[in-house]
Write a protein that binds this ligand. Sequence first.
Ligand SMILES: [Zn+2]
Length: 351
Amino acid sequence: MPQVTALPALKELSARLGKDITRTQGAGGNTSIKVDGTMWVKASGTWLAQAEEREIFVPVAVEPLLAALEANDIRADKATYFVVEKLNESKLRPSIETSVHAVMPQTVVAHFHCVNTIAHAVRSDSDVVVAERMKHLPHLRWGMIPYRRPGMPLAREIAPVAKERPDVLILRNHGIIIAGKTVDEVSERIETVTRALAIEPRITSAPDIEHLSRIAAGSEYRLPEDQATHAVALDKDANRIARMGSLYPDHVIFLGTELGLLEEGQAVDGLLEAAQRAGRPHPKMILVPGRGVVVSKELSPGGLAMARCLAEVALRIEPRAGIDYLDASQEYELTHWEAEQYRQKLDRAGS
Ligand SMILES: [Zn+2]
């Protein structure tokens, strides 16, 4: 890799972002830096958390990518066509969100799935509640972007707004973008903005491990190692919010569109038979209200991170708030998307 002076600092910031579950889960989130017309952006399927341990950045030519995006050329969606092959030592594909980074004019861009942001950004009144928080940071220019599928549709939605050089963009039902001139500036803004958007999660009782172990025994389900994952089923509002629909893209991609709900006294076999009769796949996670959750033994590391994410988001959503869930067509375009299938394949391979 050629000398990109600020890359070590970006890697340090990326690893820090990636290791904080309230900001990044699994392969979600991505960072980039533009140097002399080349943008170094996180590779698809790689984890920000590993930024300092392995090569996760891919060089992409910015101008041709922007021209393709402007022309509505489908090659802008995956951006693989715009990789600068002679510099691409890792031979990885660029992130599926590369075009989103390209449309931001600033040198350094961080995009991540901050659970505090998402808890605001799924609300029907998100523009009001976010404005209330951001008014305390008058030195930052910010905007709100309506939900679009990540990749080209989202980048095209952001493009006209990006011309105004916003420091912060809140992406409805998705996450946040924070941009700046330098890695230090972006790093500082990340702290300031996430502090302003912070919500105290509701506290729950402890999971009933014994009960959950009995339920999972002999089934295709198991208990998650991460104890905090159970909280989504321990708080009655979180349980309701989580089951009523899909809140953001990575949830749909890694956990599917339907979670299981095991009523008191019901067995896992009965739940799975009912799903089969209705022509639905076996749920990747089953909520047992008041007890905790069990997860499919086949759930990938990324899926487990998304299960924890759901608890973090749902416990921060105000119970009385109106929520805009993704609709059926938005769920469909996420589950039938080739670039995403590649990302999940890497995840299953433990990349
Ligand atoms: Zn994203």
